[in-house]
Design a protein around this ligand. Structure first.
Ligand code: GLN
Length: 454
């Protein structure tokens, strides 16, 4: 904890932390020491973590990197953080992210972007998003591990951009209670770590049934670490042909092939699979996620939480809502609210939201059919490109940024677990990541495949 606190201060240039909690860290570390000395401490005991700003942490600013939640200090602890702290983990501070987890570059944060510790010459690169601060802090050694959340790739894409491991568990594996909601039917929290083993250990601490989240699964949490045998002999790995999209960089294609070879060398069988509805995933996601977001964000009205605009003499409640929300939400969040409200409106509901829901069911069925045919895991790239430069994607067309999520949103729509694992560097020395997609509730087996790639 002491060396992480020092590193954290020396690493300010990465803008990874948005609130530091050194006093709390020292207090938790002392308590952890006592438990370790007493000799029966859980694996997470004394491990210094960074916590994404999306998690409500009791008495500590939890703003989802948004101005509308300025000064919000929850009176409660999210289930995930309370489980981690219960196991003796230490919180170093809150980590930067895209505002309300909307984005793929951390540039929509009210604190300004986090910076990727990897760079090419003097070019500053994005750590990805939305869990950009988490990935930057882990890769930059500003913590041992971090929490992330993933609605459409926000754990896996930044993990790939920063050369670390990140797993999005099966929907329902980890409680969403106390995590500021983006799109509730897609959101899952997960660990972002330096190794597959760390991910297995930390996921076990985060996971488990929670009566406070009605979508949390009442299933036992296996020992994911025990699943890391490295033995994948006889397993079938599917390579989905639809993921060979236009714009896929040759270096990504190369590591995809290399990853398949590594799995084959370890005794797995590589087979071609088809997930025919893949091309509809991105448009369906960018209807469903904003729809749910527009509803979830309705609660930020200037009354219940955080910021309220200064009002003029004749202003009534409508002006209060309008001014507060116009000031409090950034441009990307406003765009999502408008899209979401539009696709849910009476005249367009069937054309957009209902159609997207049908597409979602078809995407889920594609995966079910692949798994029913005996596939154990599916191997894809995590992202179509390595980390891009800060500012490079802020063109007039937000869709360009959305295209970065082409490989990651499919499994949020299907509720499946997925892990990003670093597999080599590109010619500039930047990390490249692959994604493995697993059967529901089999995160241990999934992590074991990732273990072979590591
Ligand atoms: N980039 C995606 C979005 O902006 C994913 C975000 C996420 O997973 N939280 O919606």
């Amino acid at each position: 904890t002491m060396s992480c606190l020092t590193a954290m201060d020396a690493g300010d240039a990465l803008t990874a932390y948005v609130h530091k909690t050194p006093e709390m860290a020292l207090e938790q570390a002392r308590a952890a020491d006592a438990r370790l000395k007493a000799g029966d401490a859980p694996d997470m005991c004394g491990i210094p973590l960074g916590i994404k700003d999306l998690f409500c942490t009791k008495g500590v600013e939890s703003q989802a990197a948004s101005n509308i939640l300025r000064g919000f200090k929850p009176e409660y602890e999210s289930t995930v953080t309370s489980k981690l702290f219960g196991d003796g983990a230490v919180m170093l501070g809150k980590l930067n992210m895209d505002e309300f987890a909307m984005g793929s570059s951390n540039e929509s944060s009210c604190y300004g972007p986090a910076v990727n510790p990897w760079r090419v010459d003097d070019r500053e690169l994005t750590p990805g998003g939305s869990s950009g601060g988490s990935a930057a802090a882990v890769a930059g050694d500003l913590c041992i591990a971090a929490t992330g959340t993933d609605t459409g790739g926000s754990i896996r894409q930044p993990a790939a951009f920063c050369g670390i491991v990140g797993i999005k568990p099966t929907y329902g594996r980890v409680s969403r209670w106390g995590i500021i909601a983006y799109a509730s039917s897609l959101d899952q929290a997960g660990p972002m770590t330096k190794s597959v083993r760390d991910a297995a250990i930390m996921l076990r601490s985060m996971a488990g049934h929670d009566p406070k989240d009605s979508t949390s699964a009442d299933l036992p949490v296996p020992d994911f670490e025990a699943a890391l045998t490295g033995d994948i002999r006889g397993k079938k790995i599917g390579i989905p042909r639809e993921y060979r999209v236009p714009g896929l960089r040759p270096e990504i294609d190369r590591i995809w092939t290399r990853g398949a070879e590594m799995l084959r060398d370890a005794g797995a069988e590589i087979i071609d699979v088809s997930l025919p509805h893949t091309k509809y995933a991105l448009p369906a996601y960018y209807v469903i996620a904003p729809a749910e977001a527009s509803s979830n964000l309705a609660r930020y009205d200037g009354v219940r939480y955080g910021h309220r605009a200064k009002l003029g003499a004749g202003d009534g409640i409508t002006e209060m809502y309008e001014k507060t929300r116009a000031e409090g939400f950034g441009a990307e969040v406003q765009r999502r609210i408008m899209i979401g409200t539009y696709v849910l409106s009476a005249g367009f509901y069937d054309a957009y939201y209902n159609r997207a829901r049908k597409v979602r069911a078809l995407i889920k069925r594609d995966f079910e059919q692949a798994f029913a045919a005996g596939v154990d895991a599916i191997l894809t790239p995590a992202t179509p490109t390595p980390a891009f430069g800060l500012g490079e994607m802020q063109s007039a067309d937000p869709v360009e940024m959305y295209l970065n999520d082409v490989f990651t949103v499919t499994l949020n729509l299907a509720g499946l677990p997925g892990v990003a694992v670093p597999v080599g560097l590109d010619a500039d020395g930047l990390p490249l990541g692959l994604q493995l997609i697993g059967r529901p509730w089999e995160e241990g087996d999934l992590l074991n495949h990732a273990y072979v790639l590591e």
